[in-house]
Write a protein that binds this ligand. Structure first.
Ligand SMILES: NC(=O)c1ccc[n+]([C@@H]2O[C@H](COP(=O)([O-])OP(=O)(O)OC[C@H]3O[C@@H](n4cnc5c(N)ncnc54)[C@H](OP(=O)(O)O)[C@@H]3O)[C@@H](O)[C@H]2O)c1
Length: 231
């Protein structure tokens, strides 16, 4: 039986590359994105790999989450990877922040990972690896914040980090390991062209970290290079 991953935001950026690499490594990939018709690169990955199936998922929409639950049934999920994320707004320095884009950042970055985990926890518990990864960011480390700004992104991701920490405690009796991963600074639409890593380099590192995880790591925060970060 191949191992299984359910990933959000699989149509571009790091999510697309993770989908490609997990598929190449023989995993059964349930790749989700909001608009399947507008995801040609993801469609190409699926076309050349029968182990990849594509599923619509708008992570902020409870109805969309319910449809995905029905589509997947009771299939065990070795890895639930919450990758989808947004920066929130280009205007998020002090004096610029507005409530609506901030709320949307919370919906995508922090609320969705919890709602999706609530929806799929039984499938994770029924798997062999029992892993949940939330894509966090070093920018949301309270201890490491020396530059301020980015209120929407930093605060919504910091909330996601706290969600992960609570999940690690609450799901420990079910043998589930929950981690937060920082992918590095990656050349995607979010990271921009000046970023230091390609999506392929980041995804390779993330996969290696995931491969080495044990229950001792639950509730911890790692970079793509395997270094532990302070909360
Ligand atoms: N790039 C970096 O340097 C960096 C650094 C630290 C952390 N991260 C984190 O890594 C993750 C991936 O980032 P990336 O650089 O690959 O970003 P990206 O290229 O902007 O891709 C973001 C992905 O999230 C999806 N998404 C956004 N809102 C969604 C929603 N409501 N429902 C479903 N999917 C949604 C997007 O889908 P659409 O195409 O439909 O919008 C897209 O697939 C994010 O969580 C990000 O915060 C990135």
């Amino acid at each position: 039986m191949p191992e299984t991953i359910l990933i959000t935001g699989a149509n571009r950026g790091i999510g697309l590359e993770l989908t490609r690499q997990f598929a190449a490594a023989g995993w059964r990939v349930f790749a989700t994105c909001r608009r399947l018709q507008q995801a040609p690169e993801l469609a190409a990955v699926a076309a050349s790999n029968p182990q990849v199936s594509l599923h619509p998922l708008e992570v902020t929409d409870p109805e969309s989450i319910r449809s995905l639950q029905q589509e997947l049934g009771e299939v065990p999920l070795d890895l639930l990877f919450h990758n989808a994320g947004i920066i929130g707004s280009q205007r998020q320095g002090f004096g610029e922040a507005e409530a609506e884009p901030w709320l949307q950042a919370f919906r995508v970055n922090s609320i969705a990972p919890l709602l999706l985990t609530q929806a799929f926890v039984d499938q994770v518990a029924a798997s062999r690896r029992k892993l949940i990864a939330i894509m966090g960011t070093q920018m949301a480390s309270l201890a490491d914040n020396r530059s301020g700004g980015y209120y929407l992104y930093r605060s919504s991701k910091a909330a996601a980090h706290m969600v992960a920490k609570c999940l690690a405690i609450d799901l420990q009796p079910r043998g589930i390991t929950v981690v937060v991963l920082h992918p590095g600074w990656v050349r995607t639409e979010m990271g921009g062209e000046a970023a230091t890593l390609s999506p392929a380099e980041s995804a390779r590192g993330l996969r290696q970290v995931i491969d080495g995880l044990s229950s001792q790591d639950s509730g911890r925060f790692f970079t793509y290079a395997g270094e532990e970060l302070p909360w």
